[in-house]
Design a protein around this ligand. Structure first.
Ligand SMILES: [Zn+2]
Ligand SMILES: [Zn+2]
Length: 849
């Protein structure tokens, strides 16, 4: 019993011992300066929001990154592996409302708790470079960049829609709007109000953001596709239809021949313009507003269409709206054909898409066809199949592989040729042009919230918008503040904050009370890590030049769009400001799968949340981390099974027992082995070199860490299976030392605590993190013999063992000599033998001799 107890793997004792040692050596995970003669490697996991508790998704994310960082340290790289906190945001304000805790206090408390969890898990971060985005030492640089962007015309103000709760009398974030109602007032419909807000001109970089995706071949294809769709480039044509008749009854609209009012439509299919049988306007189009002012009946109908559109927007799917429209009674002239077509108002036309006006071509567009059928608008064929002999297809015919018919001088041209010619004549005639449009909109960064970076602007009655002078940064967020949901931005009620002196005229002025979107914080935080304590600039450009681009960025696919587009944009802006040289922030991106439980996402409401603290308390940090890597390939979802963690913990117990058992032999080794290894020693060395080769290859990009752990398990099984030979001293001490040390080194990225403990146990010198990664010897990794399956008429019959380098003749002889094979072919005719060297033998056999 005593011995049994003595030989118990006790992760709590081992892990707390090493945690204390590592804490006493803060330089352990520090990167060297750019003067280092080692190659650099920047591995980064996305920084968390400090909610107060790590969840299993975090543990998985950080276990992947930490394994990679440790591997790269052992490969001799100068590794930067930092961590920080995305610490601004709404939850801190909600917590303040609920518990009456100031947001700063709540946030910093949560950071401390999560940092303890990370340290308990043994994550190898350099805490000297920790970045906390809610502290003035960081957010002052958000303000500084804002001023630089304002100077460049990249930050600007415009009117935009916000969610407004009339009962709260304040703006709501999108996540505070639930089914179109206020989160605090279930019966109150949230209104859309126009507010003047700040924007970043990300659209100025739309084309570059799009083209850059082609070069990011270290990023997952799905992320690149999502970004391409989000940017949404489409080539099209702007064409002016001309409003007919006079519209000057008190509207101010003149429509003389010399200055005919134009209705500019956007289309991707100008080749179909001879088939346009109506023009459709958004209910919010300025012409509709003008016409409604003169026509009460129309006004009423337009109001209804607009309400239908707003409802559809709230459900988030305007595309699925049931299409309604009303004719205005007015007409427009097609500039190409001179044809007069009716002007309609339609609920499916959005004011923000293109120009808020479209031409309707029911013969060649599904949606237009549906609308035309409903309202008996004429349908006309203007595109025929490219092949003149082909049968005329039914309408709508939407293919662009066709030729024009019924299209005046353009008839007979292909769609592509006609597009070009039509665009040219629009330019020549002054009624249109070719355009490229993007789905990507400018980035609205104003938030009417408290817990964020104050926007460094001042409003003066005399001078308008005046930037805060750089020497007055940071604009500090007031800390003693009463958070209530009532009556607008909390900052607006802090007189000391709002009332300032205008930097230009020195008269009384008001400070901007909007704060910045928290995506601003996460757009450049990884640059700050390279020089986190710099009080003079956001970071030293030389440090960023050394470390960037990030070699490997790791995080959830939920950040595929916003965070990763904004940070690409920010990098390009900093490059154009002369701050960095790289075009893109990260060379390689990896998006890990989710951690689920019983097939569902972990959530409090489902009661299926597994706490990392519980797992660590029961099985240890090593087992928890290693299970997170072992249970599924890193890019797939992982269904958390506690049995599995227990299994990994038992495995680590076996490693601990076997290494401690033979550690005295290994420690007794003096110099290298005297003779060539044979027997058990050779077999174990071969397995060791094979395992090393496999794991090394995985770290170089394949990342099947689940099979890496499985390979280590196989190696341990092989060692345990030879316990008798080992006990009998059949394996020389130097080989035992090499074998066990290699096992422990291979384990180090996955189970760092146990590896450190066993490294010491084996008499290894220095931190295991500083040991060179084991090298695989291909000669020793090679098998002597391999097994080759033998098939007869495609069915597996037996397996033969042959020399690994056996030729076809030897394999054939071995197959024909095998007992089962001999029995099957007796008295039959072997008509063919197909041999795939090293892989398989197939005999084709017929009845009779
Ligand atoms: Zn409300
Ligand atoms: Zn002024």
């Amino acid at each position: 019993m005593a011995e049994e107890k003595e030989h118990r793997y006790d992760p709590a004792t081992i892990e707390t011992k090493w945690q204390a040692r590592w804490a006493a050596d803060p330089g352990m995970y520090a990167a060297e300066s750019s003067a280092s003669d080692k190659p650099k490697y920047y591995v980064l996991e996305m920084l968390p929001y400090p909610s107060g508790q790590l969840h299993m998704g975090h543990v998985r994310n950080y276990s992947i990154g930490d394994a990679l960082a440790r591997h790269m340290w052992m490969r001799g790289y100068n590794v930067l592996h930092p961590m920080g906190w995305d610490a601004f945001g709404l939850p801190a304000e909600n917590a303040a409302l609920k518990n009456n805790t100031p947001p700063r206090e709540w946030t910093l408390g949560n950071i401390a708790a999560m940092k303890r969890q990370m340290q308990r898990l043994g994550m190898g971060y350099d805490w000297a470079t920790e970045v906390t985005t809610c502290l003035p030492e960081y957010y002052r640089w958000n303000q500084w960049f804002f001023l630089r962007m304002y100077e460049k015309g990249l930050a600007y103000r415009k009117k935009s829609k916000v969610n407004w709760c009339p009962d709260c009398a304040t703006v709501l974030a999108n996540e505070q709007v639930i089914d179109g109602r206020c989160w605090r007032h279930e019966d109150t419909i949230v209104e859309q109000r126009d507010l003047v807000q700040w924007f970043f001109r990300i659209t100025a970089y739309a084309q570059e953001l799009l083209e850059g995706l082609d070069k990011l071949d270290g990023w997952p294809d799905k992320v690149r596709t999502m970004q391409r769709n989000w940017i949404g480039r489409s080539e099209g044509t702007m064409v002016d239809f001309f409003l007919e008749g006079e519209l000057n009854q008190g509207t101010g609209i003149r429509n003389q021949e010399s200055e005919r009012q134009r209705i500019r439509v956007f289309t991707t299919r100008v080749d179909t313009i001879f088939g346009a049988t109506s023009v459709q306007l958004s209910p919010e189009h300025s012409l509709v507003t003008a016409l409604s002012e003169m026509d009460a009946g129309l006004r009423e109908q337009v109001t209804r269409l607009l309400e239908e559109q707003k409802k559809a927007r709230e459900t988030g799917d305007v595309g699925a709206i049931e299409k309604h429209g009303v004719p205005t009674g007015h007409f427009a002239t097609n500039p190409y054909s001179g044809e007069s077509v009716p002007i309609w108002v339609a609920n499916y036309v959005l004011t923000e898409y293109g120009t808020g006006a479209i031409m309707s071509v029911p013969g060649h567009d599904e949606r237009d066809f549906e609308f035309a059928k409903k309202y008996a608008i004429p349908v006309r064929r203007v595109i025929a199949p490219a092949d003149p002999a082909a049968e005329e297809p039914e309408l709508p015919f939407t293919s662009e592989d066709g030729r024009l018919v019924n299209s005046g001088a353009y008839s007979g041209m292909s769609c592509d040729e006609a597009k070009k010619k039509l665009q040219e004549s629009a330019v020549a005639g002054g009624f249109g042009e070719a355009t490229v449009t993007y789905r990507l909109k400018d980035w609205g960064v104003s938030r009417q919230r408290y817990w964020g970076t104050p926007i460094p602007m001042i409003h003066c009655e005399r001078d308008g918008v005046v930037p805060v002078p750089e020497e007055q940064l940071p604009v500090l967020l007031p800390e003693q503040i009463e958070i209530t949901q009532q009556g607008g931005s909390p900052l607006g009620r802090v007189a000391d904050f709002v009332n300032v002196t205008c930097p230009k005229c020195h008269g009384p002025a008001k400070r901007e009370t909007d704060t910045m979107d928290t995506f601003v914080d996460s757009s450049w935080y990884f640059y700050r890590y390279t020089d986190a304590r710099n009080a003079k600039e956001p970071f030293d450009p030389a440090a960023a030049r050394y470390w960037f681009p990030i070699d490997q960025y790791i995080g959830g696919v939920e950040h595929a769009i916003l965070h990763l587009i904004y940070s690409r944009f920010w990098t390009k802006v900093m490059r154009d400001l002369g701050f960095v040289k790289n075009d893109e922030p990260a060379e390689r991106l990896f998006t890990q799968g989710m951690v689920i439980k019983d097939g569902a996402k972990m959530s409090k409401s489902k009661g299926n949340v597994v706490s990392p603290d519980d797992m660590v308390a029961r099985y240890g940090a090593d087992a928890t981390r290693m299970y997170a890597l072992f249970a599924a390939p890193p890019d797939r979802d992982l269904d958390w099974q506690e049995d599995g963690v227990a299994g990994v913990s038992r495995f680590l117990g076996r490693v601990w027992r076997i290494v401690t058992k033979y550690a005295p032999v290994a420690r007794s080794a003096d110099g290298a082995a005297a003779t060539q290894p044979t027997g058990a020693a050779l077999k174990l060395l071969r397995k060791m070199h094979q395992t090393t080769a496999k794991i090394t290859l995985d770290f170089e990009g394949r990342w099947h860490f689940n099979t890496c752990v499985a390979a280590i398990m196989e190696l341990v099984n092989e060692i345990q299976g030879m316990d008798a030979q080992l006990s009998a001293g059949e394996v020389p001490a130097p080989i035992m030392r090499e074998l066990l040390q290699t096992l422990v080194l291979l384990l180090a990225p996955f189970a760092p605590f146990l590896a450190a403990e066993l490294w010491e146990e084996l008499g290894g010198e220095g931190a295991i993190l500083r040991q060179p990664w084991p090298k695989s010897d291909p000669g020793l990794a090679k098998e002597d013999e391999i097994e080759i399956p033998v098939q007869i008429n495609g069915k597996l019959v037996s397996v033969v063992r042959v020399a690994a380098d056996a030729g076809s003749k030897d394999i054939e002889a071995a197959a024909l000599a095998e007992e089962k094979v001999k029995a099957r072919i007796a008295g039959k005719n072997v008509v063919k033998i197909i041999i795939v060297p090293g892989r398989a033998v197939n005999l084709v056999v017929k009845q009779g001799l």
